[in-house]
Design a protein around this ligand. Structure first.
Ligand code: ARG
Length: 474
């Protein structure tokens, strides 16, 4: 951009030109170019509002709308970003306004009538939030559905492994149960994104002006409807300074990634030879430049770290919006940048997670071989003793003593231990599962790892996801 006055949307009241270093410092263009399609949609709705209110004539409205349609095509083709980077624009909103004036020299300067960048930014951000939240919802739904399908396959194979707490062997579980837990995490993520979509599309900030509304007869109902909002916003001061939905979006992204990071952590370990529970397909794995044998699960590690990056962006975005008096203050440009950067990176990480997760295969034989290690059926022995009449405290102590004895002798728990526990507790008989399959089959509570309970839970979750998916597209 050679002509700074064309890039600027103000300047009349200043005698001296602005300091180019400060203008460069104040530009968010690199971050907010992703808002371009949403700004164009908002601008087109604003043109309709201007026209309906009789603020511009038909020829002007048409000329501006054609220019905006051209800008939309340039955005899709990637040409607009290149053009915008050639100027000293404060943000994508100013760049689009300038491009419209360039494409429609006789009419473009009328586009900004009755609007401020403040209501423009708020509108574009709301539309962006809804769009990206829809993407997050779809991605979360597909991960949850994949996990359910894999869970059903694992149940059919009868895969069983040792669940850990503190990474120490805890109790036997079905692999389908673990995969069901993955599905629950992403179902919640999908619901969270869904709420963001709904909130984002409630109220249109367009027509709020800088902070107090407009003296012009803008048709706010029309522009709101054209953009798909439920209604025009109720309070201009609030509408232009509100960043709740933007923050909710980034929060939903961060939360989905926190879930993905936890599954990633577990799969990184499962893919080690020491565990040997899982294998990541070749296409998602990486090698070493030095060690020829290496097979690294990098996508899961990057997802884990991306969760930290996005959580940091969320913290920064919340911080930059904290203590900001009602209405617009320039700090909110930083909030916007953090939300956009964090969301783009976060959704890319969620995509990568979905890809890598779909490339995992599970080694049921290896899981089964280790499922009883670490005395994972000890709790079942104690439960059986309690059901046979012992107190919880006595049963815990007796089984603990049997575990210590077997551990010292370097062996598993066996029927001798069961007999010794029964004797110690004064029980005539003790019928307790000693192997992992019997352990999971003995579980009776709803929501437990008993394979028939897991199947019921998967059915219920799948129905819930069908409803969410159906309503999302209704
Ligand atoms: N560059 C600003 C942003 O992206 C636009 C709003 C500027 N408004 C203002 N009153 N200076 O947030």
């Amino acid at each position: 951009m050679t002509d700074d006055r064309a890039a600027m949307q103000w300047g009349g009241r200043f005698a001296a030109p602005p300091d180019p270093e400060l203008i460069a410092f104040g530009s968010s263009l690199e971050d907010d170019l992703v808002l371009a399609p949403f700004d164009v949609a908002g601008s087109r709705a604003h043109v309709a509002s201007l026209r309906s209110g009789g603020i511009v004539d038909e020829a002007t409205a048409r000329a501006i709308d054609v220019a905006l349609a051209d800008v939309a095509a340039e955005i899709t083709a990637g040409a607009f970003a290149t053009w915008a980077r050639g100027g000293a624009y404060e943000d994508v909103h100013g760049a689009i306004d300038a491009r419209v004036r360039e494409l429609a020299p006789d009419h473009g300067a009328r586009l900004h009538a009755g609007r401020s960048r403040n209501d423009q930014v708020a509108t574009a951000l709301a539309l962006y939030a809804a769009d990206r939240a829809r993407r997050g919802r779809e991605r979360s739904l597909s991960i949850a559905r994949l996990a359910i399908a894999q869970a059903r396959a694992a149940l059919a194979r009868g895969d069983v492994l040792a669940a850990t707490t503190h990474w120490q062997p805890a109790q036997p579980i079905a692999l389908g149960f673990w995969l069901g837990a993955v599905a629950e995490n992403f179902a919640r993520a999908a619901h969270r994104f869904d709420r963001v979509v709904r909130d984002a599309m409630r109220f249109s900030p367009l027509g709020s002006g800088a902070c107090s509304g407009s003296t012009m007869p803008l048709d706010r109902a029309l522009s709101a409807a054209q953009l798909g909002f439920g209604a025009p916003s109720r309070n201009a001061l609030d509408a232009i300074g509100d960043r709740d939905v933007a923050l909710d979006l980034l929060h939903a992204v961060a939360r989905a990634l926190v879930a993905a990071s936890r599954v990633s952590e577990e799969l990184v370990l499962w893919c080690t030879p020491a565990f040997g529970y899982a294998r990541l397909d070749d296409a998602a794995s990486t090698g070493s430049s030095l060690m020829p044998q290496k097979r690294n699960p990098d996508p899961f590690e990057l997802v884990r770290a991306s969760a930290a990056r996005v959580t940091g962006a969320l913290s920064g975005a919340m911080g930059s919006a904290t203590g900001i008096a009602l209405s617009y203050h320039r700090d909110l440009q930083e909030t916007k940048s953090l939300v956009l950067r964090g969301t783009e990176r976060g959704l890319a990480a969620l995509d990568a997670f979905a890809r890598a997760f779909s490339g995992v295969t599970y080694n049921g034989a290896r899981m089964r071989a280790l499922a009883g290690d670490g005395f994972t059926v000890a709790t079942d022995l104690a439960d059986a003793a309690i059901l046979a009449g012992a107190s919880a405290r006595d049963a815990h102590a007796a089984v603990g003593a049997a575990v210590a004895c077997a551990d010292a002798e370097g062996r598993e728990l066996d029927p001798r231990d069961v007999a010794a526990i029964a004797r110690e507790l004064g029980l005539t008989a003790l019928d307790a599962p000693l192997d992992p399959d019997a352990s999971i089959a003995a579980k009776r509570t709803s929501g437990s790892t008993n394979p028939s309970e897991v199947a019921l839970a998967l059915d219920d979750l799948e129905r819930e996801l069908d409803v969410l998916g159906y309503e999302a597209h209704a």
